[in-house]
Every structure is written in C-alpha cells, then in structure tokens.
Design a protein. Structure first.
Length: 247
C-alpha cells in the first residue's frame, strides 16, 4: 500500500513529514503489532477547513484579544473585553444551555467587532465552526442572488456558532430592517433559540431598540445573551476609537 505522496505520484510536495500525507494516520509497531493513530496534521487541517468556511477575511482572522488595547480606554470597553474573555472561558460548559450567547451593543467604533472576532478565532482554533454574517453586506448579497438564499440561511441555522455583525445597522436612505430581513433573521434566530445554538451579536442598537423593531426576535436574542451582554454608551469622542484625538 502506498504510504506517501511521493510514492503515490512522485511529484507532489509533502505537507506533513510526520505521516507523509498518508490520510492523517501514522502506523507504529508495538511488540510486533501494528496500530494506527491520528497525526497532528489532522487537527491542523480541520482547523484550516473551519477557518476557510467561516467567511472571515484574512485581515479579520488576525484579530485577537492580544492585539486589542484597553490602555486608557473607558471602563465600558474594558467591561466588553472582560465579558468576552469570560464567555470564551465558559463556552464549553454553557454551549448547550439556553443562555449560551453574547451580545455587545451600543456605540459604533468601540471595538465590538474586534472583540467578537477574537472570540470567533479562538473558538475555531478549538474546532468549533463559526459563520460570520455582516448584516448589511450579507443581506445585500442575498438580495442580489436569491438562489443563494436557501443554502445560506441553512448554514446560518446549522453552523456551531453564528456571528451576526452590526445587526440592524442602518444604511442611509433605508430602514434599519425591512420586513423581509426581519423574517429571515427571525427564522435563523428562532431555530438557534429552540435548539440551544450559540450566537455572537454586535449592534449599535440596545435591546429596547430591538424590541421596537420586532419583539419576538428581540426577546429571543435577550434570553440567549442576557448572561453575557454589555451596552456601551456615552461620549462618542471617548468611546469611538476612530474619533480619538478629535477635539
């Protein structure tokens, strides 16, 4: 039986020298018996596949807790950071609970996306699949190609963790949410709510604002996230990092 990429074809470059790319298995002898065990490359390739399927860009994949600077930041931003760290630490234990989700809400530019992306990247390194769905761009893409709709909504329902970024973010000249968008989001969130599947949510809206848009949807989000929810509001010049230095 061929046991390496070179023996199989003679020209392919071997990615893993440990198992010689032999299906991620290593054969070892022990007192005359052969046994197989997984090579370390199996975990690495699984993580790479999860990252590839997440819809997270290479730039966002670099975001972590280690490069989020809380120095001289408002206490609310530090609260977001600590909340996310606690969520990540407890994720394994609460994953199947109703309250297994997290929401960072309020001020634009406070670092909500960075922090939740750090959570996402850490989860994927632990072989938890994550799907990133930026609210505005995501629905724009689906509206432009309805053939993608069923498959994308299915993925949003079934992935281990769904990260909805900038939920209900307004676009100039359009409402925060159309009836169609609310219908699709309710379908996804309700499925995940009923099946105790985690969501990560960032939004400029607080829960009360969401209730004004759709009470059924907002109440589910709140129940899922209420153990890990932080609202950032106040002086935007202090809270929005893009405005730092603006007098």
């Amino acid at each position: 039986m061929p046991s390496s990429a070179i023996e199989q074809g003679g020209s392919e470059e071997i990615e893993c020298e440990e198992c010689n790319d032999f299906m991620g298995f290593i054969i070892k002898n022990a007192e005359g018996y052969e046994f197989w065990h997984d090579c370390e490359c199996v975990e690495r390739k699984r993580t790479e596949r999860i990252m590839k399927n997440s819809a997270i860009t290479k730039e966002f994949a670099k975001l972590g807790f280690q490069n989020f600077d809380t120095t001289d930041k408002d206490s609310q931003i530090k609260d977001m950071y600590q909340c996310a760290m606690s969520y990540l630490k407890e994720f394994k234990d609460i994953r199947e609970d109703r309250g297994n989700s997290i929401a960072l809400l309020g001020q634009s530019g406070a670092g909500k996306t960075h922090i939740l992306m750090a959570v996402s990247n850490n989860l994927m390194r632990k072989n938890v699949s994550v799907l990133y769905f930026p609210y505005v761009e995501g629905f724009s893409d689906l509206k432009d190609d309805f053939q993608k709709l069923e498959a994308k909504i299915h993925r949003m329902k079934k992935v281990d963790v769904l990260f909805v970024d900038d939920l209900f973010k307004p676009v100039k000249g359009t409402p925060r949410a159309t009836e169609w968008q609310l219908e699709q989001m309710y379908s996804v969130i309700n499925h995940r709510y009923l099946n105790h599947m985690p969501v990560l949510i960032s939004s400029e809206l607080i829960i009360d604002d969401m209730f004004e848009l759709d009470e059924a949807l907002a109440s589910r989000i709140y129940e899922m996230c209420k153990k890990f929810i932080v609202v950032v509001k106040g002086d935007r010049k202090k809270l929005n990092h893009r405005l730092r230095g603006l007098s």
